[in-house]
Write a protein that binds this ligand. Sequence first.
Ligand SMILES: [Zn+2]
Length: 319
Amino acid sequence: MGWNLEVAEAKGDYLTETDLWRYTQQFLMNATHTTTYKHMLMKALLECTTELNDSGVLTFRQISRHVTKMYWNLIVTNGLRQVNQIGKLSSVEKTMLAFQATHEIPLTWNFDRLPDEQQQQLIRNVNQFYKKYVYGSFYTAFGETIYSFNRKEEWVKLVPSYVVFFEKYKRVLMNVTNYQLAVFLEKYNTREVMEKILSKIEFVSARQSLDEFKQILLSHGHPVCFYCLKPLRQIHVDHFIPWSYIQNDVLWNFVLACPSCNTSKNNRMAKIDYLYALVERNHELRVAEQMKTYKEAKLIHLYDYAVQNGFEANWVPKK
Ligand SMILES: [Zn+2]
């Protein structure tokens, strides 16, 4: 139902937090019966909140990049299957496996290791499929409240109260979505492949290397640790707001750190003075191509939201 809509407006009703929970829980309870497509879209939207423009618009292309990366890492790198109820390979699975075989890509390669051209080709394939089948049914599954969308112009526009809701409860929503995916995958996969399934799903979007970001940061500043200011010999790239909250790799959230600071900070956040230092650093970095999604206010909000999600914000480097 709803999957073939061309253009749709989100229902204009005022949504209370109780409404938002109700629609989200209805979605989570009902979305897993036949495929994982809608859950992957949910994960992608949670990841994409850092990339929203001022009017809350995301292009299908932006979303497809996240979905494609997750499916590649799930199906090819981790060998998981999501066979549908009649026992045939799902469409996205077929695409991924055929692509891997044709181009003889090693099974151990994460999506981010594929050459850009191959990534783009896969993203286009997944985008066509999602455009045709998924955006409409996802919209229906959320009681037509979550976004407006236009299939011809290929965008969704998230309702502002959902954006806030996603940021405020991101970790809990991600945990439940991951759990539901695991329950679904359990039906179709062997015990061997299912081993450590929750961490496989949790890290399905993580990159194998952050070197690309290291190079950009090195070319824009001095090689000193962002936190303790000591000159760097061994260089780590640190997610200022922890990856497990932000679930996305954006240049404006990366800093260079020494191994000692990076390890000791771990899954916490540095205290607020460092947030101000990062705002300043990002001001200097603003010319970089990868800063297009950056807004000072967004970074500050995300820091606060991460605290609301249970992340401590009191870390300081050791003296
Ligand atoms: Zn340091």
